[in-house]
Design a protein around this ligand. Structure first.
Ligand SMILES: Cc1cc2nc3c(=O)[nH]c(=O)nc-3n(C[C@H](O)[C@H](O)[C@H](O)COP(=O)(O)OP(=O)(O)OC[C@H]3O[C@@H](n4cnc5c(N)ncnc54)[C@H](O)[C@@H]3O)c2cc1C
Length: 528
């Protein structure tokens, strides 16, 4: 019996465990899972929806501890792995227990970043500081001041939920995709929201200038106050009725005071690598693994999900830096979990190299439809003097209609999409996502894409978003054909389709298209 120990019971660790259960039931694997959170595994991607009251707690449920325990796995919740002895192949936990392994899987994920602000320095932790208990896993010497929170787990979600329910004023620090999602959702649920960010545009890592401006405009139209070019420096606290200090205002470098009842930190996340680093495993941004998800330093060790940095061994610069890093997205993490559980379930199987698809970022918001991927900051006027021929030159096509809140940018080389931005153009966005995923060629007349969203849209392209091999659910990699089969077999709601195929059970951004697909097949059946 091979002993496998998993550290971390987040959505990716949970998916790995699910994939291992047949081997556990068959008695070929002894599986132990160490999870620092008290809660059973849940879908973290939906945490913002849950925090603002749009998704009940049960909606976040994933196949969890009960099924695993039933199959014979040992699940240790509320316990942290605190040290690893690789020579003896033993993990020590916060309770003092020592657990032996043949294979060790890191699924330790990422923690929310705490910015450097006067007034909360002691809440910051050094990225390589090892925690000795689940409670100190993500915090420095002190907890965050009252009225300040990140949004990463159910405890954070409860803090945000009470502010939203009471219609309080929420100051969101950071305008990345998560900051924007929660700002829009909280505003829609009645909270007063202001977003403070350093750059000139929101989602500056994913969007070009015009796309960012369109998004800022849509957020303002939805009632969110947007404060660009604002460098937060410190927080001011006030003394509450119970005598304790709580957040009062954020102070910016230009002297501006941004008052609020809750400060929501949304300044990115960092992979939890400290345990691996202390065990002398190679780490850079994340835990370094090859395309078989196996540690650069130890063949008995693997990493998946938000903590895994997939890169070819030997590509470190002299200063130790390795390019790339964890994607921070659930889809790649779930695919890694599936690939690794298939391999570790059957010791005779050869490892299949893990190759990921190009990442596409979609904003989950009712107010604005936004999707972007690849190279987005190229300008139509950039010149590439070294390109061998005209066909090799990068081409950039843009269309901007501020009055309608619509913007599309397509960056191509040799007709093939290298990057795109689509705001307020759901059909064009879906089509471009599909073409980007497939490396498909764009039509010479790019305006065909714009007409997809016209009121009298009849236009279709060769890359039909409902073609059988088109990926409909990106988080779970489920195609139109697979969903069609489930619908034909009787799955007539989005939930049923999700139970059979997993489609729609990640970020939920594809649920509209699943509904459309179910409706289409209804029409087809009726007409047949
Ligand atoms: C608000 C929000 C919205 C998001 N939206 C999207 C989205 O729309 N699309 C998308 O693709 N992704 C989204 N994400 C990202 C997605 O949630 C992550 O990619 C995903 O959670 C990664 O899963 P994971 O299991 O690798 O890590 P995590 O979810 O971080 O889980 C890791 C687990 O390991 C535990 N752990 C860590 N160290 C130890 C230890 N030493 N001992 C024991 N346990 C340990 C942690 O407590 C945690 O439970 C979102 C994230 C957030 C916070």
């Amino acid at each position: 019996m091979r002993r496998i120990v998993v550290i971390g019971f987040g959505p990716v660790g949970g998916r790995f465990v699910e994939g291992m259960l047949p081997a556990v039931r068959a008695g070929s694997v002894e599986l132990t899972v160490i999870g620092a959170e008290q809660d059973d595994v849940y879908n973290r991607v939906m945490i913002a929806e849950h925090a603002v009251g749009r998704a009940a707690r049960e909606v976040l449920d994933l196949p969890g501890a009960a099924a695993a325990i039933d199959a014979g796995a040992r699940i240790r919740l509320g316990e942290a792995a605190v040290a690893i002895d690789r020579r003896l192949q033993v993990v020590r936990t916060s309770t003092g227990d020592r657990i032996g392994y043949d294979h060790l899987v890191f699924a330790t994920g990422a923690r929310a970043n705490i910015p450097t602000l006067y007034g909360m320095e002691k809440a910051r932790r050094h990225r390589l500081t090892r925690a000795l208990s689940p409670e100190t896993l993500d915090r420095g010497e002190h907890a965050l001041p009252r009225g300040v929170t990140a949004l990463r787990d159910l405890v954070d979600a409860a803090r945000v939920a009470s502010a939203v329910r009471a219609g309080r004023r929420i100051v969101v620090l950071g305008a990345g995709v998560l900051g924007l999602e929660v700002a829009l959702a909280a505003r829609e649920q009645g909270a007063e929201v202001v977003v403070v960010y350093t750059g000139g545009i929101p989602m500056g890592r994913n969007l070009d200038d015009d796309g960012g401006r369109m998004l800022a405009r849509a957020a303002r139209a939805a009632g969110v106050e947007m404060l660009p070019h604002s460098i937060a420096e410190s927080i001011v606290t006030r003394t509450g009725a119970d005598g304790s200090a709580r957040f009062d205002a954020l102070v910016c470098a230009d002297g501006k005071l941004v008052h609020g009842d809750l400060l929501l930190l949304s300044v990115g996340a960092s992979p939890r690598v400290e345990l691996a680093a202390a065990a002398d495993l190679a780490v850079s941004t994340g835990i370094l693994v090859d395309d078989r998800l196996q540690s650069w330093s130890d063949p008995a060790v693997f990493a998946i999900g938000d903590c895994a940095h997939v890169a070819a061994p030997g590509t470190a610069r002299p200063d130790g830096y390795v390019g790339g890093g964890p994607s921070g997205l659930i889809g790649p993490g779930w695919r890694q979990a599936d690939a690794l559980s298939a391999r570790l379930s059957d010791a005779t199987l050869d490892a299949v190299p893990f190759a990921d698809r190009p990442a596409v970022v979609a904003l989950k918001a009712d107010e604005v439809d936004l999707v972007a991927g690849g190279v987005v900051d190229a300008s139509p006027w950039d010149e590439e003097p070294h390109a061998a021929s005209c066909a090799d030159q990068r081409q950039v096509t843009q269309w901007l209609d501020p009055a309608r809140g619509a913007y599309v940018k397509m960056v191509t080389r040799g007709g093939v999409l290298e990057g795109f931005v689509s705001v307020g153009m759901p059909r064009a966005g879906a089509e471009l996502t599909l073409l980007f995923e497939r490396g498909g060629e764009l039509p010479a007349d790019r305006s065909v894409l714009l007409r997809l969203d016209a009121d009298d849209a009849g236009a279709t392209l060769s890359g039909d978003p409902f073609a059988p091999d088109a990926t409909l659910c990106w988080c779970n990699g489920v195609t139109v054909e697979r969903i069609g089969e489930a619908v034909a077999a009787g799955a007539d709601t989005v939930e049923c389709v999700g139970r059979t195929t997993r489609a729609g059970t990640g970020c939920g951004g594809c649920k509209g298209r699943i509904t459309e697909l179910i409706a289409r097949s209804g029409v087809l059946t009726a007409g047949a």
